[in-house]
Design a protein around this ligand. Structure first.
Ligand code: CTP
Ligand code: MG
Length: 230
């Protein structure tokens, strides 16, 4: 069934999905690989479309797959599909260009976080709506983290209590994200990183175990188990 987006909503969600999926191993662009018989991107978009304040969804697809992705997503929701770029940041910038200025809140959400609950999307959007310029969902770091030097010699143990593992969707006031991307010089920084560099405060909100980034083959096995949970 086609989900109806909220025509009065104040949120656009950009979904970079143009990556190759190198760490997943051979098998084509990661966003198009199957999880429980459907592409990761389909799982992701279904959940984004179910978030109640979302008015617009823009997917950055692999350049060779734009038409295929349009056809794949048409039954799910009215999604705008653009060709992505060589780096994630470029894919996000290209998707951002499709968002009209009147939409006040822009979220950036990896297709690879295909099982992210609609509630997390709404909680990030709500925090931006409440006045924060930039919001990221995070989890505590579970492993002990060591700083190492040449020869794998340990220099020290990092205080875990001040560390957070960062997920998506990352949420921004539209103008804040647009300015950060316009000024971007380091293509490897995430969206919140660009905003930090511009001197804008970035605030953490609680993330979700379901928003894991499906990166390696083991993550797909974990996601297959999560999707079967009642
Ligand atoms: N992405 C993108 N354009 C790129 C690179 C990445 O839109 N040029 C997207 C991916 O499709 C993914 C998200 O950014 O949804 C997060 O990237 P990542 O998990 O690293 O995915 P891939 O780049 O596909 O994986 P890998 O790094 O293993 O190749
Ligand atoms: Mg990548």
């Amino acid at each position: 069934m086609t989900a109806q987006l909220n025509a009065r909503g104040d949120v656009a969600v950009l979904v970079p999905a143009a990556g190759a999926g190198v760490r997943m191993g051979p098998g084509g662009p990661k966003a198009l690989r199957l999880l429980a018989d459907e592409p990761l991107l389909v799982h992701a978009i279904r959940r984004v479309a179910a978030a109640t304040s979302v008015r617009m969804i823009v997917v950055a697809a692999p350049a060779a797959e734009v038409e295929a992705v349009r056809a794949m997503l048409a039954p799910i929701a009215d999604v705008t599909v653009v060709a992505g770029g060589a780096e994630r940041q470029e894919s996000v910038s290209l998707a951002l260009s499709a968002v009209p200025g009147e939409i006040g809140i822009v979220l950036v959400h990896d297709a690879a976080r295909a099982l992210t609950p609609p509630q997390l999307i709404e909680s990030v959007a709500a925090a931006v709506r409440g006045g924060l310029p930039a919001v990221i969902p995070v989890l505590p770091v579970v492993d002990t983290i060591k700083e190492v030097g040449p020869g794998e010699i340990v220099h020290g143990t990092v205080d875990r209590s001040v560390l957070r593992s960062v997920q998506t969707p990352q949420g921004f006031r539209h103008a804040v994200l647009a300015a950060a991307h316009a000024a971007a010089t380091d293509p490897l920084t995430d969206d919140a990183g660009l905003v930090e560099k511009a001197g804008v405060p970035v605030t953490c909100v609680p993330g979700s175990e379901f928003a894991l980034k499906i990166t390696r083959p083991l993550d797909l096995i974990l996601a297959e188990a999560l999707i079967r949970l009642p």
